[in-house]
Design a protein around this ligand. Structure first.
Ligand code: PRP
Ligand code: MN
Ligand code: MG
Length: 182
């Protein structure tokens, strides 16, 4: 988009780090007996969050990635979820944690969970850094959520707007402005 915008900080890097520490303790408790937890990040948005989560976990982990795209470069969601890249590992009988950056309509997570459940993991859990429950269309909720947020357009910490701003170290809110305000 060529519409000018500014980014206002919504959740600081410090707040995120503190939340991830406490989430990691809960995940360790849930998967305490695992011989190997397979942590599956959904590309591309989860790449920052998954890096933090796995480094905070005191468990033996394997890291894998799956890419399911629903948005393309647009702001609007579509119900169509495409698997662009599948995980590499076998998950039958394994403990699996799916990592998402944000759950919005819920179509992406629903589709991915259906796919992975069909492969008969021993335990399948999900974590999302952000949850926007007011936008939900599919009946799904992550087992762990970093922050519940209102229906704001957010970027940073892996989340993009037209593929930009994923590298911001905090969660910011996009605010569209007039040309002369930028
Ligand atoms: C975004 C976001 C989630 C999904 C959430 O991904 O990272 O994966 O949309 O939306 P939903 O709950 O309405 O399905 P996107 O498809 O934009 O791909 P990206 O992760 O590469 O940005
Ligand atoms: Mn995504
Ligand atoms: Mg996106």
């Amino acid at each position: 988009s060529k519409r000018p915008y500014v980014i206002d900080e919504m959740i600081s890097a410090k707040q995120i780090a503190a939340r991830i520490e406490s989430l990691a303790r809960e995940i360790e408790f849930e998967f305490g007996s695992t011989d190997k937890l397979i942590v599956v990040g959904l590309l591309r948005g989860s790449f920052v969050f998954i890096a933090d989560i796995v480094r905070e976990l005191g468990l033996p982990v394997e890291v894998d990635f799956l890419e399911a795209s629903s948005y393309g470069n647009d702001m609007e969601s579509s119900r169509e979820v495409r698997i662009l890249k599948d995980i590499r590992g076998e998950i039958e009988g394994r403990d699996v944690l799916v990592v998402e950056d944000i759950v919005d309509t819920g179509f992406t997570l629903t589709h991915v969970l259906r796919l992975l459940k069909g492969r008969n993991p021993r335990k399948l859990r999900t974590i999302a850094l952000l949850d926007k429950p007011s936008r939900r269309e599919a009946d799904v909720k992550a087992d762990w959520i970093g922050f519940e947020i209102p229906d704001e357009f957010v970027v940073g910490y892996g989340i993009d707007y037209a593929q930009r701003n994923r590298n911001l170290p905090f969660i910011g809110k996009v605010r569209f402005v007039d040309e002369d305000e930028v």
